[in-house]
Design a protein around this ligand. Structure first.
Ligand SMILES: [Zn+2]
Length: 612
């Protein structure tokens, strides 16, 4: 391809609203353009990358035995009502009506369509198993689309669905897809980790995420330093180890929680692990035998953990943090230790709630009979569900809000004083340094970008939608399903996050829009002719070549070549031609050297084999 006839509108400046490298660089490299927030056009250079990701995914899906189909993007509401997800998906789903007032959505995923396709056709166990996949545009009305292709409203996804007779079949199909995914990301040149994941609204019994490690990743992942335990922190658990808890070194306050939630919005990074000297009777051994009376103490303006630490000499680990939430319009309360962070995903999963949000300040008196900043679990109104993290049950002589402005309660024993705790369960977010649930080793936290997600769905959709088959005894059984996604456009963005430098993108060779870029420099017919000749020769050898034949200065050509991240650059100038040589530079290493003009093509083919 010749750049003089190409459409590659590069930008010198970093666009103001682009926050992360992939968004900035893909805009600057003229690969994508935004139509409106979260909605993108893929321009020629960007679309070549997307097509490469698609092709790798397609080849590995085909190799795994999956069959490619294309399902409608426009789906009728009826099937979503049958599965029970018309309500469940909430505002994330784009809904509309046709001229006859019939309800539709733009498919955010296709489990329902798959169940509909098979329910009238699959009759017997002999028709199973099989696996259908598609590569298609999906639409989700993200509340805050940002980060370019990383979280867009419209994106390209590969989704596959396995259909089996039983759990054994599903386990095999799942493993087969798992292996295919490992191959896909390896072929894309991405450093990925597989982690145990939360199945969220999908339901089902098992789930893994494939994560690209990158600083800009939106997901936090917990890794064990000793064994191969790895999980999304949405799901990760730490071994229960009450007696030697130490606050994490890097544990920023969770900014997504309302600042007014009692004793929240406070970082306890450097807090003492246990109560200060002189209070040694706060040992776990005595936890359940305390007789100390509950007492109300005056704590003027102490609305955060830090305020309290200063005022009444108690460690964060002895405080009961009371988090007021509204779950599907009902007031609920979560209790976690003052040195822990509430994990909203775990809380929502426990409650089985569709929507969960922190209570607004004005709801504290109205719905909780309390006051923001001083809410506590003792004597809350009867209708409020109270759920406690399991680390709460070991506490004694704890401190918590008194539901009265400027007062806290001390000597609180959760078992004695909070009668209405309906469960002690896992609610906290794991922290760096926590003990691994498998081996007790130390957990590390890293950020990652989710590029693939696989689910064992089981029979949720087939049961609700009547997708059954007749088993060997002629008895109707629900088809057992699995669902497997890869964010195609997100893979491209994640590749940029993992592979860039201060000059631009450094594409892994398998995803690069072109393998080679030729830069003829200076005004010379001889140079132009040599460039043209090499261009043709490389093309005939089946290589993907971009020829920068634009009438531009050398600096512009060099900058653009680095920005768009072509793995191999060949520079042709009058001086090197005199020696019958071309200059070659490898984008990733910056290594440059000369090659003989006469054997250039074979030398370049060889170099491409060596480049990763
Ligand atoms: Zn471990």
């Amino acid at each position: 391809m010749k750049l003089s006839k190409y459409y590659m509108p590069t930008l010198r400046e970093v666009p103001a609203d682009a926050e992360i490298p992939s968004h900035q660089l893909m805009l600057r490299a003229g690969m994508i353009r935004s139509l409106s927030a979260g909605i993108y056009s893929y321009l020629p250079l960007g679309y070549r990358v997307i097509r490469k990701v698609e092709q790798i995914v397609r080849e590995e899906m085909d190799r795994s035995g999956a069959l490619e189909v294309l399902m409608p993007a426009m789906q009728v509401a009826d099937i979503w009502k049958e599965s029970g997800r018309w309500e469940e998906f909430g505002p994330l789903m784009v809904r509309f009506k046709d001229r006859n007032e019939r309800e539709y959505c733009l498919g955010p995923t296709h489990e329902e369509v798959i169940a509909d396709i098979v329910r009238d056709e699959v009759r017997s166990y002999k028709d199973l198993p099989f696996n259908l996949y598609q590569i298609q545009t999906k639409v989700r009305d993200e509340i805050r689309p940002r980060f370019g292709l990383m979280r867009a409203k419209e994106f390209i996804m590969k989704d596959a669905y396995t259909l089996d007779c039983d759990e054994d079949g599903l386990d095999k199909a799942y493993q087969n897809m798992y292996d295919a995914y490992v191959r896909v990301f390896e072929r894309c040149g991405l450093d990925t980790r597989v982690v145990e994941a939360d199945s969220g609204a999908m339901g089902g019994s098992g789930s893994h995420e494939f994560m690209v490690l990158a600083d800009s990743g939106e997901d936090d992942l917990a890794f064990c330093s000793e064994c191969d335990y790895a999980a999304n922190v949405e799901r990760a658990e730490a071994a229960l180890e009450i007696s030697s808890v130490s606050p994490a070194a890097d544990n920023p306050a969770d900014s997504s929680l309302a600042a007014n939630v009692s004793a929240e919005a406070s970082t306890v990074a450097d807090g003492p692990a246990e109560v200060s000297a002189g209070n040694s009777d706060y040992s776990p051994a005595e936890a359940t035998t305390s007789e100390a009376e509950i007492e109300k103490v005056h704590t003027p303006d102490a609305t955060t953990i830090e305020d309290l630490v200063d005022m009444i000499e108690v460690s964060p680990g002895k405080m009961i943090k009371t988090m007021a939430y509204i779950a599907d319009d009902q007031p609920v309360v979560a209790l976690v230790r003052g040195d822990d962070q509430l994990n909203e995903v775990k809380f929502r999963n426990y409650l089985g709630a569709i929507e969960l949000r922190p209570a607004h300040p004005d709801e504290f008196s109205e719905k909780f009979g309390s006051v923001a900043g001083f809410i506590g679990p003792v004597d809350l109104p009867e209708n409020i569900r109270i759920v406690a993290d399991r680390r709460i049950q070991e506490l004694d002589k704890a401190v918590t809000g008194a539901n009265e402005k400027d007062y806290h309660l001390v000597n609180v024993n959760p078992h004695r004083d909070i009668a209405k705790i309906e469960a002690f369960t896992e609610l906290r977010t794991v922290q760096a340094g926590d003990p691994c649930p498998r081996c007790g080793g130390s957990l590390e936290i890293k950020s990652g970008i989710e590029v693939g997600h696989i689910f064992k769905l089981g029979t949720k959709y087939s049961s609700n939608m009547g997708a059954t088959y007749l088993d060997e005894n002629g008895k109707a059984q629900p088809i057992v399903m699995g669902s497997y996604g890869i964010g195609i456009t997100r893979v491209a963005a994640a590749a940029v996050e993992q592979h860039h430098d201060d000059r631009g993108i450094v594409w892994p060779l398998p995803l690069a829009p072109f393998q080679i870029i030729i830069l003829p420099l200076g005004n010379s017919d001889e140079v132009d002719w040599a460039a043209e000749e090499l261009y043709k020769e490389l093309q005939e050898a089946g290589l993907e070549v971009l020829l920068d034949d634009r009438d531009e200065r050398a600096g512009v050509k060099f900058n653009d070549a680095e920005l768009i991240g072509i793995p191999l650059r060949i520079t042709i100038g009058s001086r090197s031609l005199e020696n019958d040589e071309f200059e070659v530079q490898i984008r990733r290493t910056g290594k440059d050297f000369n090659i003989d003009r006469s054997s250039a093509c074979s030398k370049i083919e060889k170099l491409l084999e060596e480049i990763e």
